[in-house]
Design a protein around this ligand. Structure first.
Ligand code: IVH
Length: 674
């Protein structure tokens, strides 16, 4: 054997090996060798080819990196036209489709077998193989003429440059969809943003943009995949069902959709549709419907075509997740803490299965990022249960005379000054409880379970009471009359009595609850409790200056300033007085060393407690001055380990921290609470 033959044999052996690994990695998603091994073989082949350039073949795995840019794409005329599909939008359309076929085939009792596949949202392409070698890739174009994108498709790893195995037709045209998986899309956009480039609107646009590059080196850098769903020209024999053909393609190295199934009749189709609709969001790629095809190729042939679509297939579309609509206005909404949020009022549009007429724009940074203005046409997206989002502005549709959005200087509801702190994305109304919009939200917070816990007074009822101006501040709740309540929507005599009773019952409360109920910014349940324990009375909290507030555990300069500014507003003081005048009361807490025996200690609860609830244990520890944390560190004073305690217990033991069981905890609590 000559030296040359053995080198060329080595090269061919390496190629075959690399093709197989490539297929396992990119098509089956089941690599069998570590990346390093693949890289080593790849480098070996590469250096063989560099030393012996005459050995380089077109279908070598080294030839996927992209080629010199083209001046323009050539044209390809499809020997067999690339058709489109008829659409179905509901079960009725599906039943009508099935009936049309059965009537035409004169099927009385038996059901048709259908192949079901997701309808991928990408770009349709055709790949031509001659003697197992990829010779041409083309876009669908108008169905009869497309663009020659051979250089670009060669860079996509899930497309074989040479077919695997044997028995493939001498000429074989494989058709399918090139798409960008969601994960690759996210990464690509992150990269674009980090470079200051404009991100892609959705994976479909990203795939189309990546494929239509004259410079195939750009295509090579994009995370594209191809999934096959049919064949065109075939010179040779293939299986006699659609699913059978796709299985053959899979054996020759193509990616086919793992969700493909054959089902019986329209009932089977609808079941498949329901199942995939539910799993749609979790799939790693975008789909816009399900394609159903008569599985038997002979039956497909008998059914034939109508104009540009086969009679034997249909696409059952999902409700579109993206639509275009017009922004009628951009308004500003005020939340509980005064956060002013720009909201787009939209020409109502049916998207993602619901009619959408508003979309939050979050903050002014987002408004600027999108560059959106009233009057613009925008792409709105609603996927799954996610709140509707404006994805982008269709800039070429911008009418004359639109103006950039400006954050108002004063609150649109109460006219108080609007402030935007330097380190915050959000602008806020400074009106506090005197702002009508904040009042509704503040009232909902006031009555909530961890605050004053007035059950029976729901959010809807609060909305109604505020809208009818029966309630302006929490103090007004205590003056509601039976007659006023029973006249509210969905209220009767009995529910009115219940509401009045629960308002009455809530009057006897606790200081921490009351402080929390005030809804001071950043003063959550835990901070309210520490304030109560530290100062002992509301008067003491009110009288504290910034420095004194900061001596409270957990209160830093920012929170201290929020507390000060809350108690500096005369309106807030008036409301507190009115609430107390209405009979709301609590016991003050004696502040002395003994009341906070666990001051400065950090406790961690882990595992399942049996006698106490987790919250109860937490509350009692906090009442004694302890901080209750979620994770164990060197600073942890004690860990309480309930049943089935896991890693936190292990960590405590490794750090040498004292561990108590539930019984010991209860004993300690009872002793200290004395
Ligand atoms: S079959 C004659 N199967 O949908 C059958 N098409 O509206 C032709 N598509 O241009 C297509 N996933 O880009 C088929 N599993 C699938 C598909 C699929 C996506 C696209 C394809 C085609 C369009 C037809």
């Amino acid at each position: 054997m000559s030296q040359d033959t053995s080198v060329s044999q080595t090269a061919e052996r390496l190629r075959a090996q690399l093709r197989r690994y490539n297929y396992q990695y990119y098509v089956l998603d089941e690599p069998t060798v570590p990346d390093a091994e693949y890289d080593r073989l790849f480098q070996q082949l590469k250096s063989l080819e560099t030393d012996n350039p005459e050995l380089i073949t077109d279908d070598s795995p080294t030839q996927r990196v992209g080629d010199v840019p083209l001046a323009a794409f050539g044209q390809v005329s499809h020997e067999m036209p690339m058709l489109s599909l008829d659409n179905a939008f509901d079960a009725d359309d599906m039943r009508a489709f099935n009936k049309r076929l059965k009537d035409r085939l004169e099927l009385l009792d038996s059901e048709l077998e259908y192949a079901c596949e997701p309808k991928l949202d990408g770009i349709a392409v055709s790949l031509l193989y001659e003697d197992g070698k990829l010779v041409r890739g083309a876009t669908r174009g108008d169905g009869s003429t497309g663009e020659n994108i051979t250089q670009n498709v060669r860079t996509i790893n899930s497309i074989p440059l040479r077919l695997l195995g044997e028995g493939y037709p001498r000429r074989l045209e494989v058709r399918g969809e090139i798409y960008m998986p969601k994960a690759g899309f996210e990464k690509l956009n992150e990269l674009a943003l980090s470079r200051g480039d404009k991100p892609f609107v959705n994976p479909r646009n990203a795939a189309a943009g990546s494929l239509r590059q004259l410079d195939s080196r750009i295509t090579a850098s994009r995370p594209l995949e191809m999934c096959c769903y049919s064949v065109g020209i075939v010179e040779g024999d293939l299986a006699d069902t659609h699913t059978g053909v796709l299985q053959q393609l899979s054996g020759w190295g193509f990616k086919i959709n793992p969700e493909m199934r054959a089902v019986n009749g329209v009932a089977g189709c609808m079941e498949y549709f329901a199942d995939l609709s539910e799993r749609r969001e979790a799939l790693p790629y975008d789909i816009d419907g399900i394609v159903f095809k008569v599985n038997e190729l002979r039956t497909q042939q008998r059914l034939g075509f109508v104009s540009r679509a086969p009679r034997w297939a249909i696409a059952h579309k999902f409700p579109a997740q993206e639509e275009i609509t017009e922004v009628k206005a951009i308004e500003f909404q005020v939340g509980r803490t005064g956060a002013i949020t720009p909201v787009a009022r939209l020409e109502p549009v049916f998207v993602g299965g619901v009619t959408v007429s508003n979309a939050t724009l979050h903050n002014m940074d987002e408004v600027e990022r999108l560059g959106v203005r009233a009057g613009d046409s925008v792409i709105i997206r609603r996927a799954g249960d996610v709140i509707p989002q404006i994805v982008s502005v269709v800039s070429e549709r911008r009418p004359e005379g639109t103006k950039p959005v400006v954050m108002p200087d004063t609150c649109p509801v109460c006219d108080s000054a609007v402030m935007r702190l330097e380190d915050e994305a959000v602008a806020r109304c400074t009106g506090g409880l005197s702002c009508a919009a904040q009042r509704k939200e503040a009232l909902k917070h006031y009555i909530s379970r961890k605050a004053m816990d007035i059950d029976g007074l729901g959010e809807k009822l609060i909305d109604g009471l505020v809208e009818r101006e029966l309630v302006h501040s929490p103090a007004d709740l205590y003056h509601l009359k039976h007659l006023q309540l029973s006249k509210m929507e969905r209220m009767g005599d009995k529910s009115a009595v219940n509401v009045l009773n629960s308002i009455d019952a809530s009057k006897q409360t606790e200081l921490p609850r009351f402080i929390y109920a005030l809804g001071i910014r950043e003063v959550g349940e835990a901070t309210a409790r520490t304030l109560a324990m530290h100062f002992g009375s509301l008067e003491a909290v009110q009288a504290a200056d910034e420095e004194m507030l900061q001596q409270t555990p957990d209160v830093g300069p920012v929170v201290a300033r929020y507390i000060l500014s809350f108690f500096r507003q005369p309106h807030n003081l008036e409301v507190i007085q009115a609430i107390r005048d209405a009979g709301v009361s609590w016991s003050n807490i004696e502040v002395s060393e003994q009341t906070v025996p666990l001051d400065g200690q950090t406790w961690v609860l882990t595992g399942t407690l049996e006698q106490l609830t987790r919250n109860e244990a937490k509350q009692r520890l906090q009442n004694l001055g302890a901080k209750v944390a979620g994770s164990v560190s060197k600073k942890t004073s004690y860990v309480v380990a309930g049943a089935a305690a896991g890693s936190k217990l292990e960590k405590a033991e490794s750090l040498g921290i004292d561990v108590l069981d539930e019984a010991q905890l209860i004993e300690r609590l009872t002793e200290l609470e004395g």
